[in-house]
Design a protein around this ligand. Sequence first.
Ligand code: SF4
Length: 661
Amino acid sequence: MRVAFTAVPDSHLPPVDELLSTAVKALGGSERQGQITMVKAVQQAIDDEEHLAVQAGTGTGKSLAYLVPSIRHAMESDSPVVVSTATIALQRQLVDRDLPRLAESLVKELPHEPTFAILKGRRNYLCRYKATAGWPEEDEQDQLFDPREVSATGRMVQRIQDWAEETETGDRDELVPGVNEQAWRQFSVSAQECLGAQRCPSGAECFAELARARAGEADVVVTNHALLAIDAMGEIPVLPEHDVVVVDEAHELVDRVTSVVTSELSEASVSLAVRRVGRLIDQPTADQLMEAGEDLKALLAAAPAGRIDELPEVLGLTLALVRDSAQRCVTAMGPRGGDKDDPDKAGQRKAAFTALDEVHDTAVRMLEAYGHATEADRAEVVWLDEGNDRRPPVLRVAPLNVGGMLRDRLFGERTVVLTSATLALGGTFDGMARQWGLGDKGWQGIDVGSPFDHPRSGILYVAKHLPQPGRDGLPQAYLDEITELIEAAGGRTLGLFSSMRAAKAATEALRDRLDVPLLCQGDDSTMLLVKQFSEDEPTCLFGTLSLWQGVDVPGPSLRLVIIDRVPFPRPDDPLTSARQRHVAAKGGNGFMTVAATHAALLLAQGTGRLLRSQDDRGVIAVLDPRLATARYSGFLLGSLPPFWRTTDPEVPRAALRRLAG
Ligand code: SF4
């Protein structure tokens, strides 16, 4: 509901720089040049209906710089602006902190108080119907291998039931601590499984529907990249109608979109379809699908994990069998959309159709992935993820490129502003623009810099004298180097490793050698470990991927960031290796386009952990000498902020000793 406060007519809204200035003053901040440049560029992009990529370093205040023009546009056009994030942390920051404060600060300048809402995918909300009177989730727990997990899941189910009585939003992210997929699935439905608010007995009080209604009324709708992709790619819109999107954490967009359009097939997904179709069709037809699932299970258990470049005959036959058996079940189910007067039955039938369609369509997609003679013509890659004692092996299929989809469905329909601290790789936006499917025209890229004085505040030290990292764990020389650096810094170190194995090996080897506390990711929840690390200055924290992007620790607890190796994707990673080969097959440079771009992005994110406030000082130590010596090192270094660089081991140690005082 919009509340009118003043008589400022929509057509006479103050310019964005004035609105920004009002907001900054009200929030007690100071004007920053990068923020002013960004706010004007975003407004210009909206006015010109031209896409914009903005690289804005930490400390720019970029959320304000896009929220102010977004709110202004929403009021002027009377349609919401969608803001999409990759992480829950940023979503929470926008909804709990930035937007309420901004709305309050601008209330007198605008025709009404700016409103905002958060919207996630249907699976993220408790389904009231399923939770109370709905259909049971056919013995999901039988699918778990480990009896300890069965009882843990049982406890989670109980916890969800208790929470369901009191929650006001039904939002899964508000259930703390979280619950596993098996437990949550028993209380949630996908968009395909939902009965539809009109037919559902709980439709009037449905959490997902209420969230959508709130979003439809808001000036700013905060969502995530996955829902943005579903909205853009799907047949039915899930977000309110909008003509401007802001994609924050835009460096994550391609990965998140790829996840949304990746499908999987396993014996578990086939048997879920069999259980759901259960008594709804004749037994022999359901048995045929079950047998096809068992054939698939035997085949996947014996097959080697990894990319499947050529379709083995036996796999082709099994996929065809799965496809045809699922189709026969669909036919046996009869027409869709029956049982209008019996919601229970309708729910069961929808759930069965959804599972059957998933199995059928994925088998078709996997077979079609091999429908082209040459690698350059292929659009998708299929691979087998090996199982473990917690889950069976799974076949997956994903597109080699999501740029075409993004270009047609996201960028083609609306004005998009993409922003992140890391977008200009090797000093240019071209790499990211290519991944997003943007050509040479119709978009602008600007780097509004950073308020930090990188050359004065940070040293980038590359240990050129060390050997190249090998496959057999961390060389002794690396451990010695880490020890000396941490001793010079008096702890205060974030160790970013390229694998969990390396992080654990370093922790094990160094715990006895160092006289400062050393935490390793996995010892406890990452959130708690980061808290411990930030609250106790000498403590060090070692870990892998999520720490590269998710640690925000300003102040003296973080003076040294150690990076063990240039973070190239693993050579056996099926998706990135297939993408690399695909680029090469089309005549491009697969290594630079895929592997080096991936490494540059992560390296920029990792080095970005050091300076989080104006007063921060410290050292980034990259142990991998290839950052100084390899032919691609210029591209990688060109993707990093302008730290003062050295390869002399004594320089960072002396600086760290001075800082430790
Ligand atoms: S409308 Fe859909 S999501 Fe909402 S309660 Fe009904 S079945 Fe569940």
